[in-house]
Structure formats: structure tokens, C-alpha cells
Design a binder for this molecule. Structure first.
Ligand code: VGL
Ligand code: ZN
Length: 197
């Protein structure tokens, strides 16, 4: 059994959004077209409370894209984005949200960011997605969405470590590419055994 995991195709990651990924909206039609090929479709939704600790605005004297040390390790600081209930947090209006079996929200813990669909950035606190997939008998995952070098990357590497067979469709992802983050993500995914297609 295989699932399509659609990462964070939300307004704030699309052109005009608060943390716009270049061409972020270009993946939507292709993702919609893939949905019918899978036993399950899961969407993730970045879902932060106002004042979240990953926002630069929550750190005195810091700016977007600075890196700070958090109790769980290094954390990039972002512009305020995907605030719970906001227009920016909604899925892109053309995404076939009705086709989703499950929508998993992440990043709701004020003190810990969550790039991965499986674990918060402490690499320990589970989102519950692993249990959902296993109890549905799913062992193969195809991942698409935004951003390739952050949330897709962390989700794919975690899934591979958990023992899922993981493929990332690069053509249906777009990257932020901050200080070489795209190259690092591609080599990290390969090292973890993720198939890049
Ligand atoms: C993401 C940065 C902050 C992502 C989410 O979806 O890749 N990146 N929050
Ligand atoms: Zn976020």
C-alpha cells in the first residue's frame, strides 16, 4: 500500500505569501493529477500559533533567516507564517483538499518547530503520522510539496529512518535554497536512502 504525502502546499509558501517559495504554486496541478494513483493521500499543514518561537519577530534583535540555538538545536528564524486560522495557513485554493484522507498539522507547539511530518524539530516528539500510516498498512511513500530543502527533506529522511520506502518527486517540489540548503538536502536524502525521482 502506498500513500502520497503532500507537504505544506499553503498560501504562505506560494508567491505573494509570507514565506514564499519561488514557483511554489507551480506544483499544484501536477500534485492533483497524482492523487488518484494512491491508496491514501495525506496533506500536511504548517500551523503555528501567533508568536511562535520559530518566528524572528519572537526574538529580540534577530531577523528572518538568522540561526539561533534552541534547547533542541539550531533553528532558522522565519518571517511570521502559517498562523493558525489565517489566509496564509490555508491550502492553495486549487489544491484538491477534498481528496485527502488525512490532514496532519504541525508546528502548533509554541516552543518547538516541526519541519517533518513525523517528528518535531527535537526529533523525538511524534506527530502521530507514523502510527496512522502503519495501521493502514502503508509501507511506501511518495512525497511532494514545499519546501524541498526543509519540510519535504526532513519528512523524507525521517520516513526513510522509520523504514518506509520513500520517493521524492523533485519536479513536484520547490525549494527555498538558503545558504546551500538545497544541495545539502539532496545529498542528505540520498544518504538516508530516499529515491529522488
Ligand atoms: C517550512 C520553514 C518554516 C516548510 C515550514 O514547509 O518547508 N519551512 N516552516
Ligand atoms: Zn513553519
Amino acid at each position: 500500500m502506498q500513500a502520497l504525502i503532500v507537504i505544506d502546499v499553503q498560501n504562505d509558501f506560494c508567491p505573494g505569501g509570507a514565506l514564499a517559495v519561488p514557483e511554489g504554486d507551480a506544483v499544484v496541478q501536477g500534485i492533483n493529477a497524482l492523487m488518484s494513483e494512491f491508496d491514501a493521500v495525506v496533506l500536511t499543514q504548517d500551523w503555528h500559533p501567533a508568536g511562535h518561537s520559530s518566528f524572528a519577530s519572537a526574538h529580540e534583535g534577530a531577523g528572518p533567516y538568522d540561526v539561533v540555538q534552541m534547547p533542541y538545536g539550531a533553528q532558522v528564524l522565519w518571517p511570521d507564517h502559517c498562523i493558525q486560522g489565517s489566509t496564509g495557513a490555508r491550502f492553495h485554493t486549487d489544491l484538491h483538499v477534498d481528496r485527502a484522507d488525512l490532514i496532519i498539522r504541525k508546528g502548533y507547539n509554541p516552543a518547538i518547530d516541526s519541519y517533518s511530518a513525523f517528528f518535531e524539530n527535537d526529533h523525538t516528539t511524534s506527530t502521530g503520522l507514523e502510527g496512522y500510516l502503519r495501521t493502514r498498512g502503508i509501507d511506501r511513500l511518495v512525497m511532494v510539496g514545499l519546501a524541498l530543502d526543509f519540510c519535504v527533506n526532513f519528512s523524507a529522511v525521517d520516513a526513510a529512518k522509520l523504514g518506509f520506502d520513500v520517493e521524492v518527486r523533485e519536479g513536484l517540489c520547490r525549494a527555498i535554497d538558503l545558504d546551500g540548503s538545497l544541495a545539502a538536502a539532496l545529498s542528505g536524502m540520498k544518504d538516508a536512502g530516499v529515491t529522488l525521482a
